[in-house]
Design a protein around this ligand. Structure first.
Ligand SMILES: C[S@@+](CC[C@H](N)C(=O)[O-])C[C@H]1O[C@@H](n2cnc3c(N)ncnc32)[C@H](O)[C@@H]1O
Length: 323
């Protein structure tokens, strides 16, 4: 078993992708959002260290082979502030990972982030990250790619993310390749409940919302193979059979959850459907008594599990061949 150290674990999307290889175990997970931790602990055996990562001492982290983390991306994403490392709120969190990997030198480091990480600050942010990895002993042993979930994960979501994999050993690096594209066979019809009824609160009906939202939605949402969004004044139609990139702020005022036209009417995706749109399996469970806003945020903050799993499988095979 390869031992995984998971930082910024959220609800465990990256952890799950590695666990699904059946050759990894999560020996340490850190996440300071107590609601995300509740969801995480409902699904995994690992007890999460829920302190701020800045407070965690190196010697408190058990031995591990693989370090994984989708460090917070608010400072890099186009939707965020675009301040990168200067963002005093979250900008230094990559350096918290560095603090650990430069001393512990794990065999593999796996990082996930928004696509915009590469172009941020004319490439300076990304160069800094690569330089930190190189100086820690991973020079010339780093592979990275931007992969879209609908092309690499057989998940009908348009979600482009950068995946960075760094190896300590040259042989592991040589044995590893990023996954190749695969056919998208999974349709939104397979992922969402078009034929059944969900809780009343998710439906748009006449008079339920201010103005003529319902009228506009019912006029324009004419295709049940398409996911729509309400954008303040107009209805946005997405590409057929593709969910737009789920975001952490959906479910908050003004940032609406994607909509579908079902047998029982026009409605929002439910929180669990947003997890399914990230490729989470049917046996993943959400806590009762947690607000939808929190659950939507957790789903939007997470990752596309099958893409992670395909990369994790390749990592594990690379390490196995070296061994
Ligand atoms: C982009 S999300 C990662 C989500 C995760 N990959 C998943 O699949 O759910 C970043 C996470 O970092 C956590 N975080 C932010 N700052 C932190 C800190 N100082 N210490 C610990 N966790 C932190 C946030 O609460 C958030 O859940």
């Amino acid at each position: 078993m390869y031992k995984v150290c998971s930082l910024f674990a959220g609800v465990g999307g990256i952890d799950l992708g590695f666990l699904q290889t059946n050759e990894c175990e999560v020996v340490y997970a850190n996440e300071f959002d107590k609601y995300a931790v509740t969801t995480y602990e409902k699904n995994f055996k690992t007890k999460v260290d829920c302190r701020d990562i800045h407070e965690v001492k190196l010697e408190e982290i058990p031995e591990f082979d693989i370090m994984v983390g989708g460090f917070p991306c608010t400072s890099f994403s186009v939707a965020g502030y675009r301040k990168g490392f200067e963002d005093d709120r979250t900008g230094d969190l990559f350096f918290e990972m560095e603090r650990i990997f430069k001393v512990r030198k794990p065999r593999v480091i796996f990082l996930e982030n928004v696509k915009n990480l590469v172009g941020h600050d004319n490439g300076n942010t990304f160069r800094t990250i690569i330089k930190c990895l190189e100086e820690a002993g991973y020079k010339d042993k780093i592979r990275y790619n931007v992969l879209n979930a609908c092309e690499y994960g057989d998940v009908p979501q348009n979600r482009e993310r950068i995946y960075i994999v760094a190896f300590r050993e040259k042989e592991d690096y040589d044995n590893f390749q990023m996954p190749l594209p695969i056919q998208l066979n999974t349709t939104i019809k397979k992922v969402f409940n078009f034929d059944g009824k969900v809780d009343e609160k998710y439906y748009y009906t006449e008079g339920k919302f201010k103005g003529d939202i319902y009228k506009q939605l019912s006029e324009e949402m004419n295709d049940d193979n398409t996911v729509y969004q309400w954008r303040r004044k107009y209805v946005r139609k997405n590409q057929s059979n593709l969910v737009p990139t789920l975001t952490a702020n959906m479910g908050e005022g003004g940032h609406n959850v994607p909509l579908i036209k079902t047998k029982y009417g026009i409605r929002k995706l439910t929180p669990i459907e947003c997890f399914y749109a990230q490729g989470y399996p049917q046996n993943y469970v959400l806590p009762d008594n947690m607000s939808d806003a929190r659950l939507y945020k957790q789903a939007g903050n997470s990752v596309v599990v099958p893409v992670i799993n395909r990369i994790a499988n390749n990592i594990v095979s690379a390490l196995d061949s070296t061994n």
